[in-house]
Structures are given as C-alpha cells and as structure tokens.
Write a protein that binds this ligand. Structure first.
Ligand code: GRF
Length: 193
C-alpha cells in the first residue's frame, strides 16, 4: 500500500479525487495527511474523510528555507512514500525538493514544457493556443521542469473563458492524477521489500 501526503493551496478538487479513490479498498494508496500553506478551503475535504491536516504559513517564518523546513518536518512526521503537490501554489526551495524528490510529484494545468508557472491556463489563452492540457511530473529544483510522468490533452473552445477552460482541464487532471498515484503504488508493490 502506497502512503501519500498531499499538499494543497486552494479548493482541493484534485485532493478530493484522491481521497475518494483511496476510500475504495481496492485502490492501492492511502492518504495519510493533507498540508497547506494557508487555511485553504480544500482542507475541508480532508476533514470530511477524517484525514489529519496541517497548515504551515510562510508569513510566520523569517525565510523561505525555514518555512520549507517546518513544512518538511510536518510531512516527515507521517513518513509517506509519496508527496503530491495538488494545486500547491508556492515554489519550494532546493532543501525541500532534495529531501523528497523523486517521490515528490506535481500536477500542472498545461502540456509542459508549454506554459510553465502560476498562470498556465491564462497564458495558453493569451497565446492563442488551440489545445492545452495537463502534465503530472516529478518535482525538481526548477519551476515545472521535472521529468514528465503523464500528460493529457484538452482542446480549447473558441471564445472560452479562463475559468471555463480550467474547469474542463481539472476534470481530466483529477482522473490522470488518480491514475498516476495508482501507478506509483503498483511500481512500489513490485519492488523487493
Ligand atoms: C489545478 O489545476 C492545479 O494543476 C493548479 O491549480 C489547480 C488546483 O485545483 N495548479 P484544485 O485546488 O485541486 O481544485
């Protein structure tokens, strides 16, 4: 069984999809805890599933590194096999990434390497793209630069708003994330104990 900690910053619909999947005894991963950098609305999904939560706010620390160390300490308390950034909107410093990668993955709403960064959906529309999508990748020390694990394409409808397109991407994203975590679990099950 793969043990997972999920980090979020917002509404947590990807988190909810993972929690719902993990509620099925046949799904090979369990969510041990959910962390956030702010009192995010999505924390409620963890609470509804009886999953412990922690909030570590950067504003309470003198440096980004000190904040990341505190976040890491909270994660390590649960000793997860995998950490999933599911809409976690803070850039993590190298000390954090080095401690967890390659068992640290992120989901990003574009077909990387196109449209890296915090405004991927807006940037795809501004560029006049006709298609975009979602990428799930291992986190390295760059921003949205790590090795890709899976991608799915979404066509952009003419005149579509950022919010409408992002919602359609998220439908695909949730399914892909649940599938990638399952693949991680299956790979772990095949490793010698
Ligand atoms: C996702 O599209 C994620 O890729 C992006 O922000 C969105 C988070 O959605 N970085 P949610 O909080 O999981 O609903």
């Amino acid at each position: 069984m793969l043990s997972v900690v999920v980090l979020i910053s917002g509404s947590g619909s990807n988190l909810r999809a993972l929690l719902d999947a993990a509620a099925n005894p046949l799904y090979p991963a369990r969510i041990l805890a959910v962390g956030s950098d702010n009192p995010a609305a999505g924390i409620e999904h963890a609470e509804l599933h009886g999953v412990p939560t922690f909030v570590v706010e950067p504003g309470r620390f003198a440096t980004r590194e000190a904040w990341a160390d505190a976040l890491l300490a909270n994660i390590k308390h649960f000793e997860p096999d995998l950490v999933v950034l599911a809409g976690f909107m803070k850039i993590l410093p190298p000390n954090f990434v080095q401690a967890l990668s390659p068992n640290l993955i992120n989901t990003h709403p574009s077909l990387l390497p196109e449209f890296k960064g915090a405004h991927a959906v807006r940037d795809a529309l501004a560029a006049g793209a006709t298609r975009t999508g979602v990428t799930i990748h291992v986190v390295d020390e760059g921003v949205d630069t790590g090795p890709h694990l899976a991608q799915a394409e979404v066509q952009i409808h003419p005149g579509e708003t950022e919010a409408a397109l992002h919602e359609r991407i998220k439908v695909v994203e949730r399914e892909l994330l649940v599938d990638v975590v399952k693949q991680f679990a299956e790979a772990k099950a095949q490793q010698p104990a």
